[in-house]
Design a protein around this ligand. Structure first.
Ligand SMILES: Nc1ncnc2c1ncn2[C@@H]1O[C@H](COP(=O)(O)OP(=O)(O)OP(=O)(O)O)[C@@H](O)[C@H]1O
Length: 640
């Protein structure tokens, strides 16, 4: 994505500046929004620095006053006032910079979350989930340290240094020359170390991302890991990444810890040189003892800012490594910009605000039409000129061997991927001209793997439809056959579920996913192998559900079970990305060899399981329809 194409979070105009990696500099753009707050904090720091810098000069005057028996009360009060002012200003500066840092991190995190949630499905699938978390959680924390601690401290410390050097120059230019000579070597060394630190920190951030991603992978497939006895394998692999993280962390620590001694050595050398030269000049009468004391105090006074300046540079370098990773994630491709149909009222703003535009989309009676739809994930075509029509009411089943492109077709209707040829019409409207969130309000999609989220059953039901009424919830529960199960639970809809719906059976999860979509009263309901996890009784319930729903809207079901297929008004047989035949079950049993093959393969696969007490083996009935018993429907899958 180019800078010009980028859309800033909250609808702002995109930043056009690029970072050192060539990505749009989102962090820079967000930080620039807070320039005045940062300047304010820096000014506070500068006042604190000025209060600090005035102290050695005043203490020098105090020493002179002791020698000349002058009144010391006022200088003492001024010095004490400066101590207090410096402390108060430093504290306030740290607080306001910390507050601004938190604000920037908050805005960066929310911008990243929006970027990821509104990302293009194809681009998103290329990301690793653990790495996303690592960037949003850990890298932004690093950003906070870099901004709230390092940036301000670098600016204030640099100002203190410059001020200190000017005052030292005014006291004695020769001694300043001696100091500068000793400090130059260690400053150059420190800068070289800081540059190296940035590279090492960048590598460490990326190892941490991989570590998080692999951890997420293993934790997300815990039962598979255990079933495959892969605990040791995963432990070694993730342990290997932890070891790499440790090694690169040690390198970061080593370089960071060298920064401060490099400066300390320079300072110690300066101090020794200044004392030797200064004492000699005091002895020869070319310098006042009070001036030497003030000069040495300035030197001591600058130790801390000098060390923190270089430590701050080190932290900022680590922060820059994190910023590069944040900008990289923010550059993830976004879904097509929201567009309204030509005749719709102009509605602007974020997608969530234009849901009302749903009413403007044609609610005609034309159903869905796939017209010469072509698509490929990579170079190879996955769908090639697919055309068929789906009526506005009733059940249409799509069957075909594994990999035929059935799921892909549904995902194109949902606009998860852009079509490469042809078009899909929903009630006569090209889906590409319907804003995605409007389209997804009209089309309910129940995926192959029914996804249930952490929260209560109720939360899962009204997910994305939080304003659903009790009547709508009850209707969806009843239609999906979940009403009995939910009413038997002591906590009912408030029953908590773990991650990925832990606490429900596979079939219950699937019905919950269906109920979630039914709440939306979709114009078209897409069921992608929605019956694959259901037991016999649940499947029977669901068949009734589908029949009921199909009376109200169009249901397109990628079906593997014969029971769903024979109920369908229309069956589309797909093979290798093309429509092979279309017809009813009876017609296809006569005309489509592929359909016959799929059916017979499944019957033979199901035969032993279907062996009934009366000897029925589940073979096809004379009319071509399978002999069915509730719950013993064969599954159409694979079998090419
Ligand atoms: N995200 C993806 N990236 C690349 N290729 C993909 C992706 N998803 C699917 N494919 C490929 O596209 C082809 C069609 O896949 P699709 O899932 O649409 O088939 P299907 O007919 O639904 O299969 P099944 O019945 O096994 O679910 C397959 O060859 C698959 O490997």
């Amino acid at each position: 994505m180019t800078a010009a194409q980028a859309t800033a979070p909250h609808g702002d105009v995109a930043p056009h500046r690029l970072d050192s990696e060539g990505n749009v500099d989102w962090v820079g753009a967000i930080t620039r929004r807070h320039t005045w707050k940062i300047i304010g904090a820096v000014v506070l720091g500068l006042f604190a620095a000025a209060a600090g810098l005035a102290q050695p000069a005043l203490i020098g005057q105090l020493i002179s006053a002791v020698g000349s028996n002058a009144d010391m009360l006022i200088p003492i009060i001024v010095v004490l006032a400066l101590f207090c002012a410096e402390a108060a200003l430093t504290a306030f500066q740290a607080y306001s910079m910390g507050r601004t840092g938190e604000r920037i991190v908050y805005e960066t995190r929310t911008a990243l979350i929006e970027k990821v949630l509104f990302s293009d499905v194809k681009a998103f699938t290329k990301l690793r989930l653990g790495d996303i978390s690592s960037r949003i959680v850990a890298d932004t924390s690093m950003l906070k340290i870099a901004l709230s601690q390092s940036l301000a401290s670098i600016l204030v410390d640099a100002a203190m240094l410059i001020g200190g050097l000017v005052l030292m120059f005014l006291i004695d230019p020769l001694l300043l020359g001696v100091t500068a000579l000793c400090m130059t070597v260690s400053s150059v060394l420190s800068l070289i170390l800081a540059r190296r630190l940035r590279k090492v920190a960048q590598k460490q951030r990326s190892i941490m991302g991989e570590f998080g991603a692999d951890l997420h992978r293993a934790m997300g497939a815990m039962t598979t890991v255990k079933a495959c006895r892969a605990e040791s394998l995963e432990s070694n692999r993730i342990g290997g990444l932890a070891l790499s993280a440790r090694r690169s962390g040690i390198k970061v620590s080593a370089l960071s810890s060298l920064l401060s001694p490099a400066m300390s050595i320079g300072l110690q050398a300066s101090l020794a040189a200044v004392i030797v030269t200064g004492m000699g000049r005091v002895a020869t009468g070319t310098m006042e003892a009070a001036d030497l004391t003030a000069f040495i105090m300035y030197l001591f006074y600058l130790v801390s800012p000098l060390v923190t300046l270089f430590m701050g540079i080190g932290q900022l370098q680590q922060g820059r490594a994190a910023i590069a990773r944040i900008n990289e994630l923010a550059a993830v491709d976004q879904e097509a910009p929201v567009r309204l149909p030509a005749d719709a009222a102009a509605v602007t703003g974020r997608p969530s605000e234009i849901v009302s535009a749903q009413d403007t989309v044609v609610h005609g009676k034309r159903g869905v039409e796939f017209q010469q739809v072509s698509f490929g994930y990579e170079d190879e075509p996955t769908l090639d000129g697919v055309s068929f029509a789906v009526p506005p009411r009733g059940l249409t089943a799509i069957v075909g061997p594994s990999g035929a492109g059935k799921t892909t077709l549904l995902q194109l209707l949902m606009r998860f991927y852009p079509m490469q040829g042809g078009r899909i019409l929903l009630n006569g409207e090209n889906v590409e001209s319907i804003p995605v969130n409007v389209l997804r309000g009209l089309v309910g999609y129940v995926q192959q793997e029914s996804t249930t989220l952490h929260g209560t059953i109720g939360d899962n039901l009204v997910y994305g439809e939080e304003h659903a009424t009790t009547a709508e919830v009850e209707r969806a529960l009843w239609l999906s056959g979940l009403d009995g199960m939910v009413s038997r639970l002591p906590k009912g809809l408030q029953t908590p579920l773990g991650d990925s719906g832990v606490g429900l059976s596979g079939g219950q999860r699937q019905r919950l996913s269906i109920a979630r979509m039914l709440i939306r009263r979709p114009t078209v309901l897409l069921l992608d192998e929605a019956t694959s996890n259901l037991d016999s009784e649940s499947e029977l319930t669901l068949r009734n559900t589908i029949r009921n729903v199909a009376n109200e809207c169009s249901v397109i079901s990628v079906a593997h079970r014969m029971s769903t297929v024979v109920d369908a008004g229309k069956i589309v047989v797909m093979d290798q990305g093309r429509v092979q035949s279309i017809g009813s079950h009876i017609e296809l049993m006569r005309s489509s060899p592929l359909y016959q093959r799929l059916t017979s393969i499944q019957f033979s696969a199901q035969a032993p399981a279907q062996h009934s007490p009366n000897g029925s083996n589940g073979s096809a009935a004379p009319n071509g329809a399978p002999r069915r018993e509730a719950g013993h429907a064969p599954i159409i899958r694979g079998g090419r």
